[in-house]
Design a protein around this ligand. Structure first.
Ligand SMILES: [Zn+2]
Ligand SMILES: [Zn+2]
Length: 344
């Protein structure tokens, strides 16, 4: 089968013929139809030595963890899925039976193996292996493209849940990449009064407005906190940090009000310096979030099916294998694009 294969840090992916996966008893072989390129894939492809705690990708790895496709083959113990069904899956394989798995947090299972991060082949390929415990059917109203947006939407939903947002509160979203945009959508959905979104790229701010931002800040020329205060009438109660570069956590602390809540969802792999006294004197509540629960996927699939949310502005374009390595490279520097998807 064809796959976009990682070679080494900083080098482009190469389309190669690789061995197709075969299913274990609890596995499903998925014929991939769509897979989104994630910012963390771009990071992973550039890690040389110190990845800030992340293991470097081995040569030959196939990335891709935001996918949807058709069931091509089922393992001997799999029940409830048939060849040809349209599905998506959480991007890991786990036991399916322990407390963590049963509570929808299979990424805390002792047997977890992540998909597309070097442990298990990902969805930048014609076929991939997924676990039957992590697989979810796409409802009739959810096409493959939207099915592949469920994962980034789930990252945003999990972050907004962690913020314990109350309807009528105001929010400041730092960063309008795919995750900042997903966070913006959910803040609006859950009734935030004002959603102020900052970024340095005008194209991304325009997308934020389409996804529900009530005001945007161009951080290259405007004062983030000043605009947020002016628009919301006071400092927003909740700050969602979706940038993930050195300095962005401090910016969140500086912008937050007394007793404010901060959720850090931006993935920062570099060392960073913060001034804890700022958080201390403001008595900030600071959370970090990782992944999502299976229940988040279920809710999102249902809301997409009933057209209660519309993430379509997030999709920039879909491309085939031939254009994929070039598109992947250009995303490393082009910050005007949002979600670019492999289409098979
Ligand atoms: Zn991702
Ligand atoms: Zn488990």
């Amino acid at each position: 089968m064809r796959a976009a294969v990682f070679q080494r840090a900083g080098a482009p992916l190469v389309i190669e013929q690789v061995a197709a996966p075969s299913p274990g008893p609890d596995d499903i072989i998925l014929a991939v139809r769509r897979c989104g390129i994630c910012g963390s894939d771009l990071h992973m492809a550039e890690i040389h030595g110190d990845g800030g705690g992340m293991a470097p990708l081995p040569a030959g790895a196939v990335m891709g963890h935001e996918f949807a496709g058709e069931v091509a083959e089922v393992g001997s113990a799999v029940q409830g899925f048939a060849v040809g069904e349209r599905v998506t899956a959480l991007p890991y394989r786990a036991c399916g039976h322990c407390l963590a798995c049963q509570s929808g947090r299979g990424y805390r299972c002792t047997q977890v193996r992540y998909t597309g991060l070097g442990q298990e082949g990902g969805a930048y390929a014609e076929y991939m292996r997924i676990g039957c415990h992590e697989t979810l059917r796409l409802p009739p109203g959810v096409d493959f493209t939207r099915g592949a947006l469920v994962e980034p939407l789930a990252v945003g939903l999990h972050a907004v849940n962690a913020a314990r947002l109350l309807a009528g509160e105001s929010v400041l979203v730092l960063g309008a990449g795919p995750i900042g945009l997903a966070v913006t959508l959910w803040c609006r959905y859950f009734g935030a009064r004002h959603v102020v979104v900052s970024d340095r790229v005008p194209e991304r701010l325009a997308l934020a407005e389409r996804l529900g931002a009530s005001a945007t800040v161009d951080a290259t020329r405007e004062d983030v906190m000043g605009v947020a205060k002016r628009h919301a009438g006071k400092r927003p109660e909740v700050v969602l940090e979706c940038i993930g570069v050195p300095g962005s956590q401090q910016l969140a602390m500086d912008c937050a009000p007394m007793g404010g809540r901060i959720v850090n969802v931006g993935v920062c792999m570099a060392p960073d310096t913060i001034r804890p006294v700022k958080a201390l004197t403001k008595e900030l509540q600071i959370n970090y979030v990782f992944m999502y629960r299976r229940q988040d996927f279920e809710l999102i699939l249902d809301l997409l099916d009933r057209e209660r949310i519309d993430p379509s502005p997030m999709l920039t374009r879909e491309i085939g294998f031939d254009d994929f390595p070039t598109a992947f490279e250009s995303l490393k520097s082009d910050k005007t694009a949002c979600k670019v998807m492999l289409r098979l």
